[in-house]
Design a protein around this ligand. Structure first.
Ligand SMILES: Cc1cc2nc3c(=O)[nH]c(=O)nc-3n(C[C@H](O)[C@H](O)[C@H](O)COP(=O)(O)OP(=O)(O)OC[C@H]3O[C@@H](n4cnc5c(N)ncnc54)[C@H](O)[C@@H]3O)c2cc1C
Length: 279
C-alpha cells in the first residue's frame, strides 16, 4: 500500500481523466477498497483517486419527476433523508442493514453498487425501484437500467475513465421492505437478501428482487405479475408468490450457506416482505 499514488482531484472531470490510467481505481468511502488493498487483492494497482470529497456526487436532489442520488451519498445520508424515507422505504431499509454505524457513515451507495457483489445490500432495493445508473466519463453521462449494469460478480459496464455519477429514481411514493439473512444480525454479508417495492398509479405494481441467489441480482418477475393480477392479496396468494420466488432462485452452495437453504429462504423472505407491506 505504501507505494501507491494518491490523487485528490478537484472535479469529476479531473477524476475521470486520472482514471483513464487502468492502474488507478476510484475510492469513495474506502470501507471496501482499503480492506481489499490491504489483503493484497490488487497487486498491480498503481494509485487511487479519491472521489469522496467531490460535492456534486454527495447530494440527493430532485429534478422534475426524478430523484437523483449522488454516488457519494453515504448509507446514513440515505437513511436520514426525509424524501428517501417517504418515497423509497426499501432503499432506506437496505441502507440501514449495511455493516454497523461507523461503516454506514463512510460506505457509499456508489461503492456498494460498483463492487458488484451478488450480496450487495442496496442493489436489490435499486432493482425494486427500477433505478437507472448514471455513468460519467467527465464530459458526458450515459444512463443504464440497473438490471443491465452488472455483467458478473465484480464486473460491471464501467470502463477506464468512467465512474458512477449517481442513480435516478422516478419520484413516486412506494411502499417497500428489505430483508436479509446473515450469520449475525449486524456486520454480516447476506446469505440471501430481498427487496420488495410496490406502488399504485391507477393499478398496482410489484417489484421483487433478490441477491445472493445467482451471479447477479434476480427479479422475481413471475411473482410480481401474479401479485399484480390478484384482486386481493391474501395468505393463499402470498404462499403462491413464495413458491414462485423459490423457483426463480438459482443459488449455489458456498462458505456462507447451502443452495437448498437459500432457495427455501427465498420463499420465507417473500412471505415476510409482502405480509409486512400489506399490513
Ligand atoms: C465491516 C464491514 C461490513 C460490511 N457490511 C456490509 C453489508 O452489510 N452489506 C453490504 O452490502 N456491504 C457491506 N460491506 C461492504 C462495503 O462497506 C459496502 O459495499 C460499501 O457500500 C462500499 O462503499 P464505499 O464508498 O466504502 O466503497 P469503496 O471502498 O470506496 O469502493 C468500493 C469499490 O467501488 C469502487 N467505487 C467506489 N465508488 C465508485 C464510483 N462512484 N464509481 C465507480 N466505482 C466506484 C471502488 O473503486 C472499489 O472498487 C461491509 C464492509 C465492511 C468492511
Amino acid at each position: 500500500m505504501n507505494n501507491l499514488q494518491f490523487i485528490r482531484p478537484a472535479s469529476v472531470q479531473a477524476a475521470c481523466e486520472a482514471l483513464k490510467n487502468p492502474g488507478f481505481m476510484p475510492v469513495a468511502g474506502g470501507s471496501d477498497l482499503v480492506v481489499k488493498i490491504r489483503n493484497g487483492l490488487y497487486p498491480n494497482l498503481e494509485g487511487i483517486v479519491d472521489i469522496g470529497d467531490l460535492a456534486p456526487l454527495n447530494l440527493i436532489r430532485t429534478d422534475e419527476n426524478r430523484v437523483i442520488i449522488g454516488s457519494g451519498c453515504t448509507m446514513n445520508q440515505i437513511i436520514n433523508d426525509r424524501l428517501m424515507q417517504d418515497y423509497f422505504p426499501a432503499l432506506v431499509k437496505a441502507a440501514a442493514t449495511v455493516g454497523a454505524l461507523q461503516i454506514r457513515n463512510s460506505a457509499t451507495i456508489g461503492g456498494n453498487v460498483a463492487n458488484a457483489s451478488p450480496a450487495g445490500d442496496t442493489i436489490p432495493a435499486l432493482y425494486s425501484l427500477e433505478a437507472r445508473v448514471l455513468i460519467t466519463n467527465g464530459s458526458s453521462t450515459r444512463k443504464v437500467p440497473i438490471d443491465e449494469f452488472f455483467l458478473s460478480p465484480g464486473k460491471t459496464l464501467i470502463q477506464a475513465g468512467e465512474i458512477i455519477e449517481g442513480f435516478t429514481l422516478l419520484l413516486r411514493k412506494t411502499r417497500g421492505e428489505f430483508l436479509k439473512l446473515g450469520e449475525r444480525r449486524a456486520h454480516a454479508i447476506s446469505k440471501i437478501n430481498m427487496a420488495v417495492s410496490t406502488w399504485n398509479d391507477g393499478r398496482n405494481h410489484w417489484r421483487i428482487a433478490m441477491g445472493s441467489v445467482a451471479p447477479t441480482v434476480l427479479r422475481c418477475r413471475e411473482a410480481e405479475e401474479f401479485l399484480e393480477s390478484c384482486a386481493q392479496i391474501d395468505e393463499a396468494a402470498i404462499n403462491k408468490a413464495a413458491e414462485m420466488a423459490i423457483n426463480t432462485a438459482k443459488p449455489i452452495s458456498d462458505l456462507r450457506s447451502t443452495s437448498a437453504y437459500r432457495k427455501r429462504m427465498a420463499g420465507v423472505l417473500l412471505k415476510r416482505s409482502v405480509t409486512a407491506i400489506i399490513k
